[in-house]
Design a protein around this ligand. Structure first.
Ligand code: GLA
Length: 380
């Protein structure tokens, strides 16, 4: 049974009648362009075939009544007076409602059953997917038109100002705007996007280390501050505006840690645009080298990898069918990705599973992902 059918069946079981809509918002992996979004830079993510699904029907009241199937938890809140109660997953839905109301949307209540195939804390953006699925649910019952970029901003606002995680815009944008068979080059300043087709002979493999990120929020915020210090040093609004020449001419006067943080961001922006060129020339080998260089920079200059992510990336890079591998997302645990020759991908997954288990003593989850469309709504 598909996740969609499962959500419909379980909705009927829980709420008694069939749902009126099913909404879905995907998680993501980022091919390259890590920790660049909050520096107004470039990212190249794709939406994956793991998603948050909500089966729902409109309510006649202003209540939002929720059941999280996978956690077996229920919750409800009133749209008349949304209060912060620190109820974990519910806060992402509340935060989305709050941000929509702040933006002037008139919201109707609903009853919904939530289920997800995105592991939590694995760096695959389960929270952005929940925000975008909630935005889709509110749009379905309240009758406002869907504007993907606006909804991505709403999701980011929910996460930043309601949940309290000072994230960039990449995860919400790709969950809203992803396209099947494509990665999306995003300019995180203008929010202009370009679709980049994924070469058919190249598989994108998710390498879940079976570790979950720990104190990521504080480390993430420190990285953001260090990037801001560097931008101020160069007298620009964001590190995106620093050229290589300018960096080479002035950076020696920076604090050594800030120097390395800035070098990562500046070089990663070049790598991301080079990666798009390599993909358009179908040059998987070049793309792989850029991806490997991104990992080294995240490990050594930005210092957001972890021993398990490094072990996983090493195991992947050792395989001849692998063009390149790197951690993906914020870091400190969770998932890496590899791009691999399609015809050899089955053996690749088997070998890396065995080798990582030997190296790290943990059982990983390794699978090929496909690029999917962004958040969708279907009426039942
Ligand atoms: C998290 C954030 C994104 C981005 C990445 C790192 O996923 O939510 O905005 O900053 O980390 O690239």
């Amino acid at each position: 049974m598909s996740t969609r059918e499962h959500a419909i069946t379980e909705f009927k079981r829980h709420f008694g009648d069939p749902p009126a809509f099913v909404v879905r918002a995907p998680g993501r992996v980022n091919l390259i362009g890590e920790h660049t979004d909050y520096n107004d830079g470039f990212v190249l993510p794709l939406a994956i075939d793991r998603a948050v699904w909500i089966a729902l029907r409109p309510a006649s009241t202003k209540q939002v009544v929720l059941h999280a199937l996978d956690l077996n938890q229920s919750a409800e809140f009133s749209l008349k007076n949304i209060k912060h109660e620190n109820q974990e997953w519910v806060e992402y839905v509340k935060g989305t409602a709050w941000a929509l109301q702040q933006a002037g949307y008139l919201l109707a209540g609903w009853e919904g059953l939530i289920t997800s195939s995105i592991p939590i804390g694995a760096g695959l953006s389960s929270s952005a997917a929940l925000e975008l699925a909630a935005a889709r649910a509110f749009a379905a019952v309240s009758g406002y038109p869907w504007d993907a970029v606006k909804m991505a901003r709403i999701g980011q606002q929910a996460e930043r100002d309601w949940v309290g995680v000072n994230c960039g815009i990449m995860d919400q944008m790709i969950s809203a705007l992803g396209r099947a068979g494509h990665a999306l080059l995003m300019d995180c300043r203008s929010l202009k996007t370009n679709l980049v087709p994924l070469p058919p002979d190249m598989a994108v493999v998710v390498l879940d280390t079976a570790t979950r990120r720990g104190l990521v929020d504080s480390a993430y915020n420190i990285r953001r501050q260090q990037c801001n210090v560097a931008a101020r040093f160069f007298g620009v609004p964001a590190l995106r505006d620093v050229s290589r020449d300018e960096f080479d001419a002035k950076a020696a006067a920076l604090d050594p840690v800030v120097f390395r943080r800035a070098r990562h961001v500046i070089e990663e922006n070049f790598r991301t645009r080079d990666a798009v060129q390599a993909m358009s020339r179908k040059d998987a080998a070049k793309l792989g080298r850029l991806i490997n260089a991104s990992h080294a920079s995240l490990r050594d200059d930005f210092e957001v990898s972890s021993p398990q992510l490094d072990q996983m990336v090493d195991c992947a890079q050792q395989e001849s069918a692998c063009y390149g591998a790197r951690m993906t997302g914020a870091g400190f645990g969770g998932c890496a990705i590899a791009i691999v020759q399609s015809e050899a991908v089955h053996d690749f997954c088997e070998t890396v599973t065995i080798n990582y288990q030997k190296a790290a003593g943990l059982k990983p989850e390794i699978y090929v992902c496909t690029a999917t469309d962004g958040a969708t709504t279907s009426a039942i």
